[in-house]
Design a protein. Structure first.
Lengths: 170, 126, 100
């Protein structure tokens, strides 16, 4: 009962925040509505027993990526230069598009069967060794190569962003 | 419809929720109390933005330098590096020497980016 | 207990909203925000699957997804800053030429 109520609360807030994000005219408001969205997604992660991922969600999305977005919005000072009113029909095309896509996703979900074997990562196992430990034991053994590739991706992003940000206009 | 197997763990997190509710309620309650009890006599000098007692110069919404962006970007990427180090630190004993060396490789690759940022002057303020 | 289908429907809803955000706005920043929302929806589906099938892999892929999202955002926003320096605009319709 408690879990259902919690899930309904989190889901409602997430959907309302996402709607607010996409309908605000001022980018600063959009970015600020992303903050409760990320926190409530972290809440759902906790409901799904993914404590470590929830903590990382708050750290990375709400702590770091949000800050980056806010910095850029402030850096460019977008409110001043009015975003040009584009050729009407903004929501008349995109809202049916989104509804159709959602309908497709639900149709796929309704038709799919949830088969497959259960893994060993059950609640009892998580309670015994802990969520972060269980993740670490798989991440640093089975996922060794993707783990090192992740560092290469971060390196490439760092170099690319520094090159772009330091570039002088000639 | 399938059910997620016995979810009991999240109930340990109710103090976090109570904490968040108290934090939000504290903000709302104090501002509301202040709104009802404070005297409101606005004047020209009271409403002007405060700038160390001097008359304010320029607009508050001034654009700031791209240097802030570079620092914030480096923060985000090294934040991710730290995130990958948390489970490693917890599992350090279980992973043994192999885990130690793979983390050395990980840190070395990111250290290349750090040295690059340093050499390119991304960390210099001027 | 919450059935996995409810969580997947929620993830689908967030994903569709992210797609709408990408298509509805002409502001590059709003498009990047839409991409972030879609990535969050994907992460939610991953974690739901990880919970349902008792596999840690789903949660590990969310970690990789976050590393990817952080890289994407830092490069994307650096591009936005660079384009804004060039054309004083963040409207995507102003960037319709390969070279100018």
């Amino acid at each position: 009962m408690l879990l259902q109520t919690g899930f309904i609360y989190f889901a409602t807030v997430i959907v309302v925040c996402a709607l607010m994000v996409i309908t605000r005219k001022n980018p600063v408001h959009s970015v600020l509505f992303m903050l409760p969205l990320f926190f409530h997604v972290a809440g759902i992660f906790i409901m799904l027993n993914a404590e470590f991922v929830a903590a990382v969600q708050v750290l990375v999305y709400a702590g770091a990526i949000m800050v980056l977005f806010l910095f850029v919005v402030m850096l460019l000072n977008i409110q001043k230069e009015r975003v040009r009113p584009r050729v009407g029909l903004k929501w008349t095309f995109t809202a049916p598009l989104g509804l159709t896509l959602f309908g497709f996703l639900v149709a796929i979900l309704v038709r799919s069967q949830y088969n497959g074997t259960q893994g060993s990562f059950t609640i009892e196992a998580v309670k015994q060794i802990g969520n972060s430990q269980a993740i670490g034991q798989v991440l640093y053994t089975d996922f060794l190569f993707p783990f090192e590739v992740a560092s290469v991706i971060l390196l490439v992003a760092m170099v690319g962003a520094i090159v772009l940000a330091k570039k002088r206009l000639d | 419809m399938l059910e997620t197997p016995g979810a009991v763990l999240p109930l340990n997190y109710w103090p976090v929720m109570v904490y968040g509710l108290i934090a939000i309620a504290f903000g709302i309650v104090t501002i509301t109390i202040g709104y009802f009890f404070r005297p409101s006599k606005p004047s020209q000098s009271k409403l002007s933005p405060y700038e160390c007692g001097c008359p304010p110069v320029g607009d508050a919404r001034e654009r700031f330098s791209v240097k802030f962006y570079i620092i914030a970007m480096l923060f985000v990427l090294f934040d991710l590096e730290t995130v990958f180090m948390f489970p490693w630190a917890i599992d350090f004993k279980a992973l043994g020497a192999f885990g130690f060396y793979e983390m050395l490789v990980f840190i070395f690759i990111l250290m290349v980016g750090y040295v690059y940022a340093w050499k390119k002057g991304a960390l210099d303020w001027d | 207990m919450v059935p996995i289908s409810h969580i997947l429907i929620l993830a689908g809803m967030i994903f569709a909203l992210g797609v709408v955000c990408v298509f509805a706005h002409r502001n590059i920043l709003m498009i990047l925000i839409g991409v972030e929302i879609m990535l969050n929806a994907a992460g939610l589906a991953f974690v739901a699957g990880s919970m349902r099938w008792g596999m840690p892999e789903g949660q590990i892929f969310v970690l990789f997804l976050m590393a990817m999202a952080a890289s994407e955002v830092s490069v994307g926003l650096a591009l936005v800053v660079y384009l804004h320096k060039r054309k004083r605009s963040v409207n995507i319709d102003d960037f319709n030429e390969m070279k100018d």
